[in-house]
Design a binder for this molecule. Structure first.
Ligand SMILES: *Cc1c(COP(=O)(O)O)cnc(C)c1O
Length: 527
């Protein structure tokens, strides 16, 4: 078999070499074709003995006569392919990942070690429950932590993500209304809400109506009161909200909602800012998802499957989805509604009972921090965000300058006025400066929003490195007012990334989702 080079050597020594490098190759970052374009069809990475003739006879007409049609690569080729792909993504293990409302914090390796214990990693959801008592006990203990931290009596573990948790909560709310013969139609959502809130409400069959926001970034109580009515099933409010602010009137919001016979769904994705400090149950919340992959440090962002358990108030607890965990003299059991306990549940949310690997990681994180440690997580996350707000607030314009923020520092684009530089240009220039951009243009209520969430896991030194870089960039952006070359640099950014500026509209509107055989076998060159 002839040797093949996988991808192309891409350490350009001259400009001519650079020009010859395939598009996307930069420095030590390799251009990487798809595995289908790499693999020789007749090649394989393992040596399997020939199948004995009598085995083939036994298989009769089940014997495969054509190649299986999977690309064949040797072990080093396979490893390099996936390592190169992994290097195309930014990762929390590479550097600060300041996406707002995402809580991209460090994932402690201790969690990984525990999630890989054979008793957790080698089990199957259909195994007899008597053989997975430890795993069910862990789910029960995790539930205990979640209900204790939130001050809510029940939790449903099955949801696989925050948005899935929202769906679970709304289905429980609908089941509760229906149990009273009350078919309500509307769900109220503030203008600053994460897109999943209105999407979930619409998916669950509700009409979505917006609640206005006050100039200081909170729910407009007068507008909420005007819109509440006998056909409102629920409100969905994020607290702290996506402007990085605590909803000061949250208790009053809950009172008005309950007085109208509706339920209070709280989007708990920002729980990182208040864990150990405030219990949502004390604020009048009826249902709230907790993103284990945010607050409790299980990997996400291309790195993990997520998990979005939903805590429920006493009013909604009977409507939690199956299965339920019970613990009696016979040990731990997962039971279903037909056994009588959860007779009003809406059924199963998903085939099995949740993301076991995420449960182990989250529980390990809770135990290793303890209740005091979790409180400090919230305090440090808020401190770090306020540090950024203070260090950048004189150059960039904070969207809500008065008072401290919670775990996110939010800037608008007023400070860029007259420079020709947009939020998008600024974010792209951050890539060239070695930092992943912050969340842009969200929340929608803030013009040209730049939402920065450092999390508690960044040191002061790293925060300073980030702020120093952003200050240099900000001064550069301001100089673009009278310096066309500076403006040009922002418009051209990123220049140091494997790919330049992508057409984001095309990518969203006309994504290329299907692989087609390239016309020429381009990246594979025989040596
Ligand atoms: C992340 C997030 C969600 C959705 O969570 P997923 O796990 O991505 O589905 C919902 N609301 C807010 C405010 C979030 O930050």
């Amino acid at each position: 078999m002839s040797m093949q080079t996988i991808g192309r050597p891409t350490r350009p020594e001259t400009n001519a070499v650079a020009a010859a490098a395939p598009e996307g190759a930069k420095g030590l970052l390799q251009y990487e074709p798809l595995i289908f374009e790499l693999g020789g069809w007749s090649k394989t990475g393992v040596d399997l003995p020939d199948v004995a003739a009598d085995v083939a006879d036994d298989l009769g007409d089940l014997v495969r006569t054509a190649p299986i049609g999977l690309p064949g690569l040797s072990e080093p080729e396979t490893l390099r392919h996936y390592v190169r792909l992994s290097q195309k993504n930014h990762a929390i293990d590479l550097a600060l990942y300041p996406l707002g409302s995402c809580t991209m914090k460090h994932n402690p390796r201790l969690n990984e070690k525990l999630a890989r214990l054979p008793g957790f990693i080698d089990i199957h959801p259909l195994q007899p429950q008597s053989s997975v008592q430890g795993a069910i006990e862990l789910m029960d203990r995790l539930s205990h932590w979640l209900t204790t931290l939130t001050g809510m009596p029940a939790v449903a573990l099955p949801p696989k993500a925050g948005a899935h948790g929202e769906l679970c909560g709304l289905l429980a709310i609908r089941a509760a209304h229906e149990a009273r013969g009350d078919a309500r139609k509307r769900v109220l959502v503030p203008t600053s809400a994460h897109g999943t809130n209105p999407a979930t409400a619409a998916f669950a069959g509700y009409t979505v109506e917006e609640i206005a926001q006050t100039t200081d970034g909170r729910v407009d109580l007068a507008d909420l009161e005007a819109k509440l009515g006998p056909d409102v099933a629920a409100i969905m409010v994020t607290n702290p909200n996506t402007c990085g602010l605590f909803e000061r009137d949250v208790v009053e919001i809950a009172r008005l909602t309950h007085a109208a016979g509706a339920y209070f769904y709280c989007d708990g994705a920002n729980f990182n800012a208040i864990v150990g400090k405030v219990r949502p149950g004390d604020l009048g919340v009826d249902a709230m998802h907790i993103n284990l992959h945010k607050t409790f440090s299980t990997p996400h962002g291309g790195g993990g499957p997520g998990a979005g358990p939903v805590v429920l108030s006493a009013a909604l607890a009977p409507f939690a989805p199956e299965p339920w965990i019970v613990h009696d003299q016979n040990g731990y059991r997962l039971i279903e509604g037909r056994e009588g306990v959860a007779a009003q549940a809406f059924g199963r949310l998903s085939a099995f009972h949740g993301q076991m690997g995420m449960f182990v990681r989250a529980y390990a994180y809770m135990l290793s921090h303890g209740a005091d440690g979790l409180r400090q997580v919230a305090e440090d996350a808020v401190l770090n965000a306020n540090y950024i707000k203070a260090r950048l607030g004189d150059l960039m314009s904070p969207a809500f300058p008065d008072g401290p923020c919670m775990h996110e520092a939010l800037f608008d684009d007023a400070w860029l006025e007259g420079t020709g530089v947009t939020t998008l240009d600024f974010a792209k220039a951050m890539i060239d400066a070695g930092f992943h951009p912050m969340t842009m243009y969200f929340p929608l209520v803030v013009h040209g929003a730049m939402l920065i969430e450092p999390t508690e896991t960044e040191s002061k030194a790293e925060l300073d490195r980030f702020c120093d870089t952003l200050r240099v960039l900000a001064l550069d952006a301001l100089s673009a007012k009278d310096d066309p070359a500076a403006l040009e640099r922002f418009k051209a950014a990123p220049v140091a990334a494997p790919l330049r500026r992508l057409d984001e509209t095309q990518a969203a509107r006309k994504p290329r989702l299907k692989w087609t055989q390239p016309a020429a076998p381009a990246p594979l060159a025989a040596e």
